[in-house]
Ligand binder design. Structure first.
Ligand SMILES: [Zn+2]
Length: 186
């Protein structure tokens, strides 16, 4: 249920979620700027509000951070994840094939993972993995991610030589890198 509280002279609204499974009060500030508060089912609500007052600096800092860094949140429910995985595998394979006509590297394995921390990775033994949410990106953003990991097969670092390789097929990679920062994975 939606509630309101005054913290540091500011009215702050939050979603209050009393839960039978909760053992303690938990505060979460989502990257879309929503504050969620869960608490043990029978706990006196005044205790919850007192706790929030103690944590008021933490709460307002977090809320301010997400206000100053607005972004697009890429999240998906369970069913979508399976769908995305299938679509991502198809997309990644076809783009890898396309770009590798130019690069001619050798890759051992391609995997799609539901990751929340990164768009892709490349291992020493030539295993490429990609985030299934690449399917949610525009073509040029997805292409950059494919090319980035592909180029790690030639340079397993982020040296200038590596970026020169990337620039061969994605000349505006700097701009794309910056644009990608506005996406939050979840
Ligand atoms: Zn890299």
């Amino acid at each position: 249920m939606k509630k309101e509280i005054e913290l540091l002279d500011k009215k702050i609204s939050y979603l209050f979620n009393p839960s039978r499974r909760a053992k303690k009060i938990r505060l979460t500030v989502k990257s879309d700027g929503n504050l969620m508060v869960s608490a043990p089912f029978r706990l006196d609500e005044n205790r919850v509000r007192d706790f929030m007052k103690i944590k008021s600096k933490w709460i307002t800092d977090k809320l301010n951070y997400f206000r100053e860094h607005p972004g697009i949140i890429l999240s998906a429910d369970k069913e979508a994840v399976v769908e995305h995985k299938r679509a991502a595998l198809k997309l990644v394979h076809s783009r890898l094939e396309y770009f590798n006509k130019i690069y001619q590297f050798r890759y051992a394995k391609v995997a799609i993972r539901n990751q929340i921390t990164r768009w892709g990775s490349c291992s020493k033994n030539g295993h490429l993995s990609f985030n299934n949410k690449v399917v949610l990106l525009s073509e040029r953003h997805a292409d950059y991610i494919v090319v980035h990991e592909l180029c790690h097969l030639g340079q397993l670092n982020h040296s200038q030589n590596f970026w020169n390789l990337v620039a061969k097929t994605v000349p505006d990679y700097k701009k794309i890198k910056k644009e990608l920062k506005q996406f939050h994975l979840r």
